[in-house]
Design a protein around this ligand. Structure first.
Ligand SMILES: Cc1cc2nc3c(=O)[nH]c(=O)nc-3n(C[C@H](O)[C@H](O)[C@H](O)COP(=O)(O)OP(=O)(O)OC[C@H]3O[C@@H](n4cnc5c(N)ncnc54)[C@H](O)[C@@H]3O)c2cc1C
Length: 479
């Protein structure tokens, strides 16, 4: 530990914040480090500080702003790359104790602190018979999801989750607390919708609510032989999503030896209005499956039904393509080869892969624009697109190294293929990409300049761009 790190800890204690600190080797510290979703992201900071209120966040920020040493910020701790939400030899501000979720029946807004998980939020809001456009996996965190975009089953009806934030309560680098919304600090409001942690710490998200209707949906899984048929259904669904905006669809070429020794083509279908056998899924439901768990249920139940396992070494890459079956088929074939190769390199049962496609129709960005706009730049993509994500989970750091080499090459090859065929789209989804990718640049120059200007206005000392090192930072784009 060098002087800066000692000073950070001493100054937090001197400011009377000792009761918020977790120090290395204490059970509480070890539990928080073990609570990250991916095993590879816990970097064991010099100390963790856990504010419980907005006022305590402000006091913590004021202390850390005055002294040297790196700082990280985490809400749910679900991001999968090293450096996204923890820091070695610095202080991690952990918002995990700020878990309040309330509902105001007059404004019809849900107020959500950054610390709970989406599953908790859905359960709490069910008491008022309302829901929000949150994560599809109930364990995912709030702060990263909402400041990075947030793709939900409701995107066809309401756009990205960030487009459904009416107001952000934000602690700025000087400790001031501001409310950013359409009429006050509106530039900050826009920039926080996709601009991630470059401006301050969001301590409360006030979200528009929707009625908590039961949804109809779940997972089906077909054998690999059905892959081409399902690929075509994804393209057709994406092109028709504006006619069925209440429906959502994901397909996933996946190898998971705990359920099958073969690659399967899993797929999720959801009708958010709760219509059983909704017509948008007619062709999909004709494809024979080996697994089927599709039924009527609450969003809370859906979010808690398919939790992706934690505590594994993760590597993710993501790209966006034009809505064309050639890219899906190519990715499916490459995934077959990948799994065969990995079987020769990593013991059976020690790895899983997912190669997913989900619709990004122009419809989503239209909702964003109607709701005040964000900085993600998808409104400049003027044709229906597909969001691709590949994930590789392993048990050990050595296996993760192998996985990283393979997925780096996979992503580069698929990108080259798409470019050759004229099917590439330069946009990247910040919440899915690997640390070697460049999502902020993919938002386009206009949005990048806007983010820079807002960051300069609200964070002139550049605390959240240089001292708070976790996540996607503007200076890294400029470097
Ligand atoms: C199993 C799984 C399922 C997922 N499902 C979905 C999905 O359905 N849809 C989707 O869009 N994404 C999904 N994701 C991706 C997810 O959106 C991101 O991982 C997201 O960052 C998680 O939020 P978090 O609060 O846990 O982030 P953390 O890892 O805690 O934080 C990441 C970064 O976000 C920023 N940040 C966090 N909190 C704040 C705050 N309060 N104020 C300012 N900045 C903040 C910081 O820069 C921080 O460095 C999934 C991820 C996983 C692992």
């Amino acid at each position: 530990m060098d002087t800066d790190q000692l000073i950070q800890r001493d100054q937090l204690i001197a400011a009377g914040l000792q009761h918020l600190l977790l120090l290395p080797d204490s059970d509480a510290y070890l539990n928080r480090e073990a609570s990250y979703w991916a095993a590879n992201v816990a970097l064991h900071p010099n100390c963790i500080v856990q504010p419980r209120t907005t006022e305590e966040v402000s006091r913590v920020v004021k202390v850390l702003a005055k002294i040297g040493g790196p700082v990280a910020l985490r809400s749910g701790g679900h991001t999968q790359w090293e450096g996204s939400n923890d820091v070695y030899n610095g202080v991690t501000i952990d918002l995990g104790r700020m878990t309040k979720v309330t509902y105001d029946s007059h404004s019809k807004l849900a107020s959500i602190q950054p610390g709970p998980r989406w599953g908790d939020v859905y359960q709490e809001l069910l008491k008022y018979n309302v829901c929000v456009t949150g994560g599809r996996d109930g364990n995912v965190g709030i702060g990263g999801f909402l400041t990075g975009g947030g793709n939900s089953y409701y995107a066809g009806l309401y756009g990205f989750a960030c487009d459904n934030v009416a107001n952000f309560e934000v602690v700025l680098a000087n400790g001031d607390v501001v409310n950013a919304n359409a009429t006050s600090h509106s530039h900050l409001w826009t920039a926080l919708k996709g601009g991630s942690g470059n401006f301050g710490i969001v301590t409360r998200f006030d979200m528009y609510t929707i009625p908590a209707k039961d949804i109809w949906g779940g997972i089906r899984a077909a054998t690999r032989n059905e892959g081409d048929k399902l690929a075509q259904t994804m393209v057709d669904f994406t092109n028709d999503n504006d006619k069925n905006p209440e429906d959502a669809y994901i397909i996933n070429y996946t190898f998971n030896p705990s359920s099958s020794s073969d690659v399967l083509v899993a797929h999720v279908i959801v009708d958010t209005n709760g219509v059983v056998n909704a017509s948008a899924f007619d062709k999909i439901q004709k494809v024979p499956v080996v697994v089927e768990d599709v039924r009527k249920r609450t969003m809370a139940n859906m979010a808690d039904s398919y939790l992706l396992p934690s505590h594994q070494q993760q590597v993710w890459f993501s790209l966006t393509f034009k809505n064309d079956v050639k890219v899906i088929k190519k990715a499916g074939e490459m995934h077959d080869t990948l799994v065969d190769e990995l079987k020769g390199l990593i013991p059976a049962g020690n790895f899983t892969t997912q190669c997913l496609f989900q619709p990004i129709p122009t419809l989503f960005a239209k909702h964003s624009v109607q709701r005040g706009g964000n900085v993600m730049g998808l409104d400049k993509v003027n044709e229906n697109a597909l969001l691709w994500l590949i994930t590789g989970a392993t048990e050990t750091p050595e296996q993760q190294k192998i996985m990283r080499e393979k997925l780096t090459a996979f992503s580069a090859t698929l990108e080259r293929f798409a470019k050759l065929k004229g099917l590439d789209v330069s946009w990247q989804y910040l919440n899915y990409v690997d640390k070697t990718q460049d999502p902020l640049r993919s938002y386009g120059m206009y949005n990048l300049d806007f983010i820079r200007k807002v960051a300069t206005e609200y964070d002139p000392s550049r605390m959240f761009q240089t001292k708070v090192v976790s996540g996607w930072k503007i200076p890294n784009v400029d470097a």
